[in-house]
Design a protein around this ligand. Structure first.
Ligand code: MG
Length: 339
């Protein structure tokens, strides 16, 4: 008998309104996915709709009702299930990522092993996670930096009129490692002007300065930059990697963009074949979605999995990034429990 699918909305509230170059808010809705097999074993996943890619919580729900018509008879048919869903309805990566996570959770639980062990990974190899400071006033930036005292690496969102002011506010509070994400908010000309500024403030990584399609521009930035340039919005799936070779130093993988844990692993392999570094990122999501991505952190160089750490209350317990240290749960499957 095929698996059974249950879905529900989940409302999340961030501790502070989370603002990036294209706006932001403090209330987020994700979709929970639960797959149950004949023995009552459950696999869980979370879909964080990406507005940037035209997704909403309702479109995620609608996509799940389509994918729900083709649930595998056996949870172990991971490749076939994911290929079938993609063929039925493209896009909708967040919905497919939640189903992918739920299937991997179910398989791990059936075998009694964590997903990272299925992949042969050592959880102690996970790099430290950054903690993100969203766009805000100088005063509130300083407060957020103080609040984030336990995190050794900060990532700051830029791409507004206040970029220099924000960098000054952070540096007035801390000399911790600092990475920058402009979320497509800059032009080539402006980025070139900003490069010496980033250097002056000791920034170590520059993520996605330009609009997604400007690969030539990314190449030009990379030639002039003294710090690594990472593609996020320009790199959704495996198929985007060939066009980025030579133009960026690394890629940022997110399950909500690539739609599958297996696609994430394929992307890591492709990036490595081109000597690119690999980052794993997230959306605003609970520890359920974060933990699905955390399971492959032993394979990456840069971790930015603070989505659940930014929440006022986390409805799930799983991987944690306390003190920046990624700690994977030792339970079977994703190892996530509902609080
Ligand atoms: Mg980013």
């Amino acid at each position: 008998m095929p698996l059974r699918l249950h879905t529900e909305f989940q409302t999340l509230t961030t501790r502070h309104p989370f603002i990036i170059a294209r706006g932001g808010q403090s209330e987020y809705r994700t979709v929970l996915v639960r797959l149950t097999d004949d023995d009552g074993v459950e696999g869980w996943g979370e879909a964080a709709a990406t507005k940037f890619y035209g997704e909403t919580p309702d479109s995620v729900m609608a996509a799940l009702s389509v994918y729900g018509q083709a649930l595998p008879g056996n949870a172990f048919d991971l490749e076939e299930a994911e290929a079938t869903w993609l063929q039925m309805l493209g896009g909708n990566a967040a919905a497919r990522a939640a189903l992918s996570a739920a299937l991997h959770d179910l398989v791990g639980k059936r075998l009694g092993v964590p997903v990272y062990r299925l992949w042969g990974l050592d959880p102690r190899r996970a790099p430290q996670s950054t903690f993100t400071i969203g766009i805000d006033t100088a005063e509130r930036i300083r407060m957020k930096v103080r609040e984030a005292a336990e995190y050794p690496i900060l990532k700051v969102k830029l791409g507004s009129e206040r970029d220099v002011e924000i960098l000054q506010a952070i540096r007035s509070e801390t000399d911790r490692e600092l990475r920058v994400d402009a979320n497509c908010g800059w032009t080539v000309k402006h980025t070139i002007r900003m490069l010496p500024v980033l250097e002056e403030f000791g920034v170590t990584v520059l993520e996605q300065p330009l609009v997604p399609g400007d690969l030539e521009g990314l190449g030009e930035i990379r030639r002039r930059a003294t710090i690594p340039v990472i593609a996020d919005e320009s790199c959704r799936t495996l198929a985007d990697i060939p066009g980025l070779v030579g133009r960026v130093d690394g890629i940022n993988i997110k399950l909500a963009k690539c739609g599958s844990l297996r696609e994430a692993i394929r992307m890591i392999a492709a990036a490595r074949a081109h000597s690119m570094s690999v980052m794993v990122g997230c959306m605003i999501e609970s520890s359920l979605g974060i933990t699905a991505a955390a399971h492959f952190t032993p394979l990456v160089d840069i971790v930015d999995l603070d989505g659940a750490a930014l929440l006022a209350a986390d409805p799930f317990a799983g991987a944690s990034i306390v003190g920046g240290q990624v700690t994977l749960p030792s339970g079977p499957g994703l190892g996530v429990t509902r609080r």
